[in-house]
Design a protein around this ligand. Structure first.
Ligand SMILES: [Zn+2]
Length: 276
């Protein structure tokens, strides 16, 4: 079977899997557990398995862009497959010219480095929105939780090999056809990247939904990993409304693989319609 891909004008978009992440309905907030369980189709254990997908974009000159860097090998044994899956597609990670991050959470950024701390994408510039880079690169606040401090320390390692080729982008700025739309809440500078081709646009929306089976039909539901629940809910409402209204293709990091499709209004929420 050929690898799934979609052509948008001059751009070719190829989803590449990093593997599967096991999570739990207990991390879903603001919705009754039986309802969440029903939507996710899970039993009383609450276990939910979600995909982790990066997106390879070619077509802007000689660039080869990767949106999100995967989880690395230390999160869960079913993750960290991105480098091998790129090679299986015939793409040497050393040929990637830009890694563009939606946000700097472990399942999107720990794969920037290998187990020795060296760059997995040795020739890539790292593109991050200013709000996100500034938050994680700032010194720890005095009252910071130990979990956040640990994440900040890990992110310092993730970014270290890329600091001399870090490209910080402002909200609304475009690079290689991708425009940064900062959508704060899940993280302070969570970013959707909008690709405008001739007649169609695609939005690589990162973690606008973390658990798609629940949060697409019920966008009011948040997740434990949302650093600011209310802001994340507002960003999710805004992006889902825009994606449905403008019939944007969405490329979702945790939407049913391969993760490119449309969202359509349905009652108070939305349904997902895969395109590939
Ligand atoms: Zn994520």
């Amino acid at each position: 079977m050929p690898h799934p891909s979609i052509q948008l004008g001059e751009y070719l978009i190829r989803p590449v899997s990093d593997g599967d992440l096991t999570t739990n309905v207990e991390f879903v907030l603001g919705i009754d557990r039986p309802v969440a369980q029903g939507l996710a189709g899970t039993d009383d254990s609450g276990k939910i398995i979600i995909p982790v997908t990066s997106f390879l974009i070619s077509g802007a000159g000689d660039s080869l862009v990767l949106v999100d860097a995967g989880s690395g090998t230390q999160m869960q044994p079913t993750l960290g497959r991105l480098p091998a899956n790129l090679r299986a597609l015939g793409v040497d990670p050393a040929t990637i010219t830009h890694v563009v991050l939606t946000h700097i959470h472990p399942d999107h950024a720990n794969g920037l480095i290998d187990d020795d701390g060296a760059a997995n994408f040795p020739n890539a510039a790292l593109v991050v929105a200013a709000e996100e880079a500034n938050f994680w690169m700032a010194p720890a606040a005095a009252a910071e939780s130990p979990a956040l401090a640990r994440q900040r320390a890990r992110n310092a390692l993730n970014l270290a090999p890329y600091l001399d080729r870090l490209h910080i982008v402002k909200n609304g700025e475009s690079l290689l056809g991708l425009t940064a739309m900062v959508t704060p809440g899940h993280t302070p500078g969570h970013t959707c990247w909008r690709l405008d081709a001739a007649n169609q646009s695609l939005l690589a929306w990162g973690d606008i939904v973390h658990i798609a089976a629940i949060q697409i039909p019920r966008p009011d539901a948040g997740v434990f990993y949302d650093m600011d629940l209310d802001a994340a809910r507002a960003s999710r409402a805004r992006i889902l409304d825009m994606a449905a209204r403008d019939r944007l293709l969405i490329a979702g990091a945790h939407v049913t693989a391969p993760g490119v499709g449309h969202v359509v209004r349905h009652g108070e929420g939305y349904v997902y319609e895969p395109q590939i």
